[in-house]
Design a protein around this ligand. Structure first.
Ligand SMILES: [Zn+2]
Length: 311
């Protein structure tokens, strides 16, 4: 039977991806800057216009769609399609009735989900997690996004928080404050959004080649690691923290497979063996080894994942 087509939107912190999705296939897609600092409400008309353009390209109408799926960072009540809390992006989103927006704009039912949980669904159904009943995803991007499938079910928990707060595992009890309010979270110690602050903790910062670089992200850190002692130090410390976070995830959720995604995985040759070594060298697993692998749906996991919720 032919898969139903759905509309899917991935509201990322920097880019909004949109697509017409059929199973694992993205039939038509487009993307734009998110301007997430300005809120979501202002962006909705532009999003609607782009989706309508996709429908036109596909010679389809909203009534041909099975529904609308939206993936968004933050904690999401996926029963009532409500954004409960979101940090530093789309700050007005909890006050927007997206059910109403989907109905009024296209007459479609909405399926809303956390972005990393959507990506986990995508990898689980169509990517590297396929065939496994127990899987964990760790996305190294602007922050550290995580999600888990346990015993064949995506993990949500009583308050929709289960599995997705791995970036806030405490990896340094004497660490700095995180954007969640706690101290020493993995994100506060080793994530892109906090990298400028992380670098300032080192006295040698001013003498480093990193000082004065127009853009500081992990691409820069990995690039300079061969020539700059501070870049090497920060890279290695962040690798340790990601590996600790990965092992915490494995200890918490007992997966068969750990999938690593996100833009920082461009440096996979260094990251993968380091995390594999920590998880399988230091982990407490008498049964064998966790498969540690890179995500396969690099840019599309959240779109096809949230699309799968619609069907
Ligand atoms: Zn935190």
């Amino acid at each position: 039977m032919k898969q139903k087509t759905v509309m899917a939107i991935d509201l990322g912190g920097t880019r909004i991806k949109m697509g017409l999705v059929s199973g694992s296939e993205i039939l038509f897609s487009t993307e734009m800057d998110s301007q997430s600092g300005n809120g979501l409400r202002k962006r909705l008309p532009e999003i609607a216009k782009s989706m309508n353009d996709l429908l036109k390209q596909a010679s389809l109408s909203p009534s041909d769609m099975a529904g609308l799926g939206i993936a968004i960072p933050g904690i999401v009540d996926s029963v009532n399609n409500k954004i409960l809390t979101i940090n530093d992006k789309y700050n007005d989103a909890p006050d927007i009735d997206l059910n109403q927006w989907a109905q009024e704009t296209w007459g479609l039912s909405l399926f809303l989900e956390n972005d990393t949980r959507s990506a986990m669904l995508g990898e689980w159904k169509y990517g590297k997690g396929r065939g496994y009943d127990n899987a964990v995803l760790m996305n190294l991007g602007t922050g550290i996004g995580t999600s888990a499938v346990i015993e064949g079910k995506i993990l949500r928990g009583k308050h929709f928080q289960a599995g997705i707060l791995g970036g806030h595992f405490i990896v340094n009890v004497k660490g700095e404050q995180c954007n969640c309010g706690n101290y020493g979270c993995a994100e506060a110690e080793a994530s892109t959004w906090n990298l400028p602050e992380i670098l300032k903790r080192y006295p040698q910062h001013a003498d480093s080649l990193l000082f004065g670089q127009p853009k500081i992200d992990f691409k820069t850190i990995f690039q300079f690691a061969d020539s700059d002692p501070l870049a090497l130090l920060v890279r290695n410390e962040c690798l340790e923290i990601w590996a600790a976070c990965a092992l915490n995830l494995v200890n918490a959720y007992d997966p068969e497979i750990l999938i690593l995604g996100g833009g920082i995985m461009a440096s996979r040759d260094i990251i993968l063996p380091c995390i594999e070594q920590k998880v399988n060298g230091n982990g407490w697993a008498v049964w064998g080894k966790v498969i540690v692998t890179e995500a396969s749906l690099i840019n599309t996991a959240a779109l096809v994942g949230v699309g799968s919720l619609v069907i």
